[in-house]
Design a protein around this ligand. Structure first.
Ligand code: NAI
Length: 214
């Protein structure tokens, strides 16, 4: 399978395919046509065919897509076929909410540590992980195999914390702080901005309201 030339737009759509296919699997669906998948996902059938053709051999004329196969292959592309260990830096509202979310584990993302600087939080257990203080972080990273760090701390402390993480070998940062991080080339940052999603919602709502006034 040649994944080298797949556009970022297609890669961005893969998690959605993965989610739908997972739901189909849970319903016991073994195969599905691009037309059926299209009406479920509200994406055109030709878009689906184009997207999935990137990976070659998933669909067969007159048969459709083999759901378990497609699910497994997309899972592999997304790196979901093995467990990732994740730590959370900043055990406030958002950090604790992430740590409490069971579904990440089901997708292969296991929270193995939660860190903060507030001594009041030290030792509080969140789904079996006791909140640790930041001075324990370097030693923790030396002795545990951690691939991902989620940053759920104030923007003002994000850059300094990212530096510590990178110095201690972290290669993937899931950044919730509203700050564009400068990291070395071999470190991957995925920014999450719920407020941007809300702004898109607001834009679409405004557009809808305006169009229906006409
Ligand atoms: P919060 O105030 O409840 O929690 C922040 C936690 O970070 C506190 O427990 C604090 O002690 C800790 N902290 C501060 N400096 C630290 C450091 N250097 N090392 C480790 N821990 C440190 O805040 P909340 O609501 O959980 O938000 C956290 C961050 O996430 C904020 O930057 C907020 O703007 C951002 N946020 C981003 C969203 C997004 O969609 N990207 C959505 C909601 C919040």
């Amino acid at each position: 399978m040649d994944e080298k030339n797949i556009s970022r737009a297609v890669i961005r759509r893969l998690p959605r395919y993965y989610r739908y296919l997972g739901e189909l699997l849970e319903e016991g669906v073994e195969r599905i046509s691009s037309n059926e998948l299209s009406s479920k996902m509200h994406v055109t059938a030709s878009q689906i065919r184009q997207d999935l053709n990137n990976f070659g051999g998933f669909g067969q004329q007159g048969y459709g897509y083999n759901v378990p196969y497609l699910y497994t292959e997309i899972g592999k592309i997304l790196g979901l076929d093995h467990m990732h260990h994740m730590i959370i830096i900043g055990a406030g509202n958002l950090g604790q909410a992430l740590a409490n979310y069971v579904q990440f584990e089901k997708r292969g993302f296991m929270v193995v540590g939660i860190f903060d600087i507030n001594p009041v939080l030290k030792g509080i257990s969140i789904r079996g992980n006791e909140i640790r203080m930041m001075n324990e972080l370097p030693e923790f990273l030396r002795t545990n195999d951690v691939q991902i760090a989620a940053l759920t701390l104030p923007k003002s402390n994000a850059a300094e914390t990212a530096k510590i993480l990178v110095e201690n070998g972290i290669k993937a940062i899931w950044n919730f702080a509203h700050l564009d991080l400068s990291v070395p080339e071999d470190v991957i940052v995925e920014n999450v901005h719920l407020s941007e999603s809300l702004m898109r919602l607001s834009y679409n709502l405004n557009r809808y309201v305006t169009e229906h006034k006409k």
